[in-house]
Design a protein around this ligand. Structure first.
Ligand code: FAD
Length: 297
């Protein structure tokens, strides 16, 4: 069995190489700079020489290559999802989207993915040959030294989309992946002004402030760079304090490697209590100020 991996992101290529490591041989197709190729642990790297944000031209280039492979894995970015769907349609290869695991059982693919909007995980045996893979599902596989590999340039005609200008997204200064202590805030904080309570705890402990997806990406009470979870950062602090976070799996995958987890939630059946070392059932607005007082004294 042989697979081809595609992404326009070098980080996601490295994650997918780790994802498939030990399962099957994988070549890489990358819509990016040739200089990145030696850090991909793959014997063959196709560099798609095209503007990567034009999924149609990228898909057309890949369609000339993908026929030689049993499986085609694509990083589930905005571009990747479109590319995978186009290749699946044009090449008549069935597709399974946003997979979280992949294995082979009796020569068939066995995958798992979220179902019912993330409320449950489904496992299935599938005849699919094209898969989009959730970003952040694996650590990155990076070889110790530059890999010896065959690099093949794939030149593509430009399509209907042209780059006119480019503006970098403003990045925050925080690097949660290096934080020793994290105070993470969930929707249970109830209002933006409530962050003050969490900030006081973070300041008393010398901790970084983080948040769940509702707080960072939906309500924008904290910056997106502070989101922990499947579509946010994966953190490994010594202490992770979850305030008003229910503990859905998409949050847990981002913080489950924390050494000590402390959760405060007023619902004693919240799933976060299955993941924590110390759990306090109660109103965070009643508990946190007392904690701050105790720490300061
Ligand atoms: C593809 C996909 C990717 C996702 N990626 C992420 C991700 O990266 N990160 C992420 O966090 N989520 C992610 N999610 C969303 C995830 O499924 C949950 O919806 C989210 O984690 C819930 O956030 P929350 O715990 O803050 O909110 P809720 O689930 O609403 O929980 C709020 C909690 O606060 C408690 N509470 C309320 N008031 C108080 C109070 N006064 N004191 C104490 N406790 C209180 C409640 O009992 C409740 O348990 C993703 C979902 C999908 C489908």
């Amino acid at each position: 069995m042989k697979s081809l991996i595609f992404s326009e992101s070098a980080e996601i290529i490295k994650e997918m190489l780790n994802f498939l490591n030990g399962k099957m041989e994988a070549d890489v197709a990358f819509a990016g700079e040739t200089s990145e190729a030696p850090l991909f642990a793959a014997k063959k790297v196709f560099i798609i020489d095209s503007y990567p944000y034009d999924p149609q031209t990228v898909a057309l280039a890949l369609e000339g290559i993908v026929g030689g492979y049993d499986y085609f894995f694509v990083g589930a970015t905005t571009v990747g999802r479109e590319v995978a769907a186009m290749v699946s349609q044009d090449m008549n290869m069935p597709m399974e989207s946003e997979i979280m695991s992949f294995g082979l059982e009796n020569g068939q693919a066995k995958v798992s993915r979220f179902y019912y909007g993330g409320k449950t995980v489904m496992e299935k045996i599938t005849s699919a040959r094209v898969f989009t893979v959730m970003a952040g599902i694996s650590d990155q596989l990076v070889p110790d030294k530059p890999y010896e590999q065959e690099v093949i340039m794939v030149h593509v005609q430009s399509g209907g989309i042209n780059l006119i200008s480019r503006e970098e997204k403003q990045k925050g200064s925080v690097d949660l992946t290096k934080a020793d202590i994290i105070v993470a805030v969930g929707r249970g904080i109830g209002k933006k002004e409530g962050l003050e309570v969490a900030e006081q705890l973070a300041s008393a402990l010398g901790a970084e402030l983080a948040g769940s997806r509702p707080v960072c990406s939906d309500l924008h009470w904290l910056g997106e760079e502070r989101q922990v979870g499947l579509s946010g950062k994966r953190v490994k602090p010594k202490v992770y304090i979850a305030l008003g976070i229910s503990g859905q799996i998409q949050h847990i995958v981002g913080m489950r490697d924390s050494k000590t987890v402390i959760a405060i939630n007023r619902d004693k059946s919240a799933p976060i209590f299955n993941e924590c070392d110390y759990g306090l059932v109660g109103d965070l607005y009643a508990i946190v100020p007392k904690l701050v007082q105790a720490i300061r004294s």
